[in-house]
Design a protein around this ligand. Structure first.
Ligand SMILES: Cc1cc2nc3c(=O)[nH]c(=O)nc-3n(C[C@H](O)[C@H](O)[C@H](O)COP(=O)(O)OP(=O)(O)OC[C@H]3O[C@@H](n4cnc5c(N)ncnc54)[C@H](O)[C@@H]3O)c2cc1C
Ligand SMILES: NC(=O)c1ccc[n+]([C@@H]2O[C@H](COP(=O)([O-])OP(=O)(O)OC[C@H]3O[C@@H](n4cnc5c(N)ncnc54)[C@H](OP(=O)(O)O)[C@@H]3O)[C@@H](O)[C@H]2O)c1
Length: 435
């Protein structure tokens, strides 16, 4: 484990190995200099989709004399008590922090560019008896997990079904009216005009009550610029001690912060204009013995991403095993790279499917899409569908290079086993645990 270390570059060498160049911000390992190279047979990227904070380029920001924070780079020493705070953005993060910030700040203004669809979180502690059961009976824990997956995966209906979206929107509107019954103006400003499910649907019991407090203001006029002391909007300059950007991430940048040179020695290009494409969301053209966890088109907006990453870990492990075996047999090893045609076919089918989802609707703007409009981050189906698609590794989709290890080369489809969760079993046995 190398701590405080950033990978900056990786190069595929002719002897079927990766050279990985890193910089350490701290000398944590005896004998290691701050910049160094290691080599490996297989390289896995686990940098996630949400690792580069997005702070919009608002005119005047550099001249602002107060404190600026992005939610992903929170300064724990910064106190909120007694201060005039602005939160810019009200996506999943903004909605989560606003009640907390409101409980401490002297005054809070929330700058909202577009409202979010919000439904109740209904967060509850598990009864003690259930906690004990899950602690000591692993099968019960597994079935409960299956139950959660089945329940949450059913919400995928909003992605592909207009009727589900209409029902979701009505549920959310009713919740808003229930929480803010006496404020039709606030209700109107907090009601989205884009389809339910286009962006992440948020779960919160305390955002609307927080917004309705006397010392909290919802500002929907566009920000014109940042001044030395605050924010300029139409006909007014609002003064603040602290600006908090809850403005999300450069989610389409995938690997852009690392210089990755594959077989052709061309830098892998992933940016917010075009994003990146991969085979099964895992393997990238031109990059042998390389895989991504939580890669392109593997984000889910209705259920935990962990379900995706677990399936990917199983799929990637099968390739790593073959590469490891080859390295034992001969020094030149084995290179496994997705065939360009397989990547193209997979992505053509994926994009055709995505066109039928709410993510691709013309009026829908979100971090799931690159600037060219292509949906680059989300998977169109359910978690179970993704897990099933990765439960088989079709070796015919891959080129294998390494003539001396031909006995290890694989062809055809290899079954990797099904999802860890078993929704069918949860349906049958759920009653035993009172689900
Ligand atoms: C505020 C927030 C809340 C979320 N909540 C949920 C949730 O409840 N459920 C859910 O399913 N998903 C949630 N997500 C989505 C979340 O990003 C993923 O589920 C999860 O973090 C993905 O794990 P990961 O390991 O792939 O990526 P990450 O957790 O993002 O980890 C990436 C790691 O790579 C490191 N890294 C990046 N570049 C380099 C480099 N060049 N060299 C070395 N290291 C590097 C980063 O420092 C980081 O440690 C949330 C995201 C955010 C921002
Ligand atoms: N599970 C959880 O509890 C949880 C919590 C937090 C985050 N997450 C994950 O992380 C993802 C990212 O969430 P996030 O809230 O950090 O980012 P986000 O969903 O992308 O939200 C960014 C917010 O900033 C606003 N914004 C962006 N640029 C702006 C600008 N120039 N001027 C004004 N407003 C601007 C956006 O407005 P527009 O809507 O108008 O673009 C939006 O309200 C989520 O979708 C989710 O997957 C999960």
């Amino acid at each position: 484990m190398l701590f405080n270390t950033a990978v900056e570059k990786a190069v595929w060498e002719s002897d079927n190995e990766w050279s990985v160049y890193k910089t350490s911000t701290q000398d944590t390992e005896a004998g290691k200099s701050t910049a160094y190279r290691i080599s490996c047979r297989y390289l896995i990227s686990a940098v996630g989709q949400l690792h580069t904070a997005h702070v919009p380029e608002i005119p005047g920001l550099k001249e602002y004399e107060g404190k600026v924070m992005h939610t992903a780079n929170w300064d724990e020493d910064e106190r909120l008590e007694g201060r005039r705070v602005a939160v810019i953005g009200n996506g999943a993060t903004g909605v989560q922090i606003v009640p907390e910030v409101a409980s401490r700040a002297k005054h809070l203004t929330v700058f909202q560019r577009s409202p979010s669809w919000i439904i109740p979180r209904n967060s509850q502690a598990l009864p003690k008896i259930q906690q004990i059961l899950y602690q000591y009976v692993p099968a019960a824990r597994r079935y409960y997990r299956s139950h959660i997956l089945k329940d949450q995966d059913a919400r995928h209906g909003m992605v592909v079904n207009e009727r589900d979206r209409e029902m979701g929107a009505q549920f959310s509107k009713d919740f808003l009216t229930h929480q803010l019954p006496l404020d039709p103006d606030l209700q109107a400003r907090l009601t989205p005009s884009y389809p339910f499910g286009c962006k992440r649907v948020l779960l919160s019991d305390d955002f609307y009550p927080a917004i309705s407090q006397a010392h909290v203001a919802l500002e929907t006029r566009p920000i014109e610029r940042i001044t030395k002391h605050g924010v300029q909007i139409e006909n007014a300059e609002l003064p603040f001690d602290l600006l908090i950007f809850a403005t999300g991430f450069h989610a389409q940048s995938f690997l852009s912060h690392i210089e990755i040179l594959g077989k052709s020695r061309q830098k892998i290009c992933s940016d917010r204009r075009h994003g990146l494409r991969a085979h099964q969301g895992v393997a990238v053209e031109d990059l042998p013995n390389f895989a991504m966890l939580y890669g392109p088109n593997t984000n889910l907006s209705h259920v935990s991403v962990m379900l995706v990453i677990e399936a990917q870990a199983r799929y990637i492990s099968a390739m790593v095993r073959v590469v490891q075996q080859a390295a034992k047999v001969c020094s030149s090893g084995l290179g496994i790279c997705p065939k360009p045609q397989a990547v193209a076919d997979y992505n053509d089918a994926l994009q055709a499917w995505l066109k039928k989802t709410v993510f691709a609707e013309p009026g829908c703007r979100s971090w799931y899409r690159a600037e060219d409009g292509v949906v680059t981050n989300n998977w169109p189906g359910t978690a179970i569908q993704y897990q099933n698609s990765l439960s088989v590794l079709n070796w015919d989709d891959y080129d294998m290079v390494g003539s001396e290890v031909s006995s290890l080369m694989k062809r055809g489809a290899q079954s990797l086993g099904g999802p860890l969760e078993n929704p069918l079993a949860s349906t049958r046995l759920g009653w035993m645990y009172g689900f």
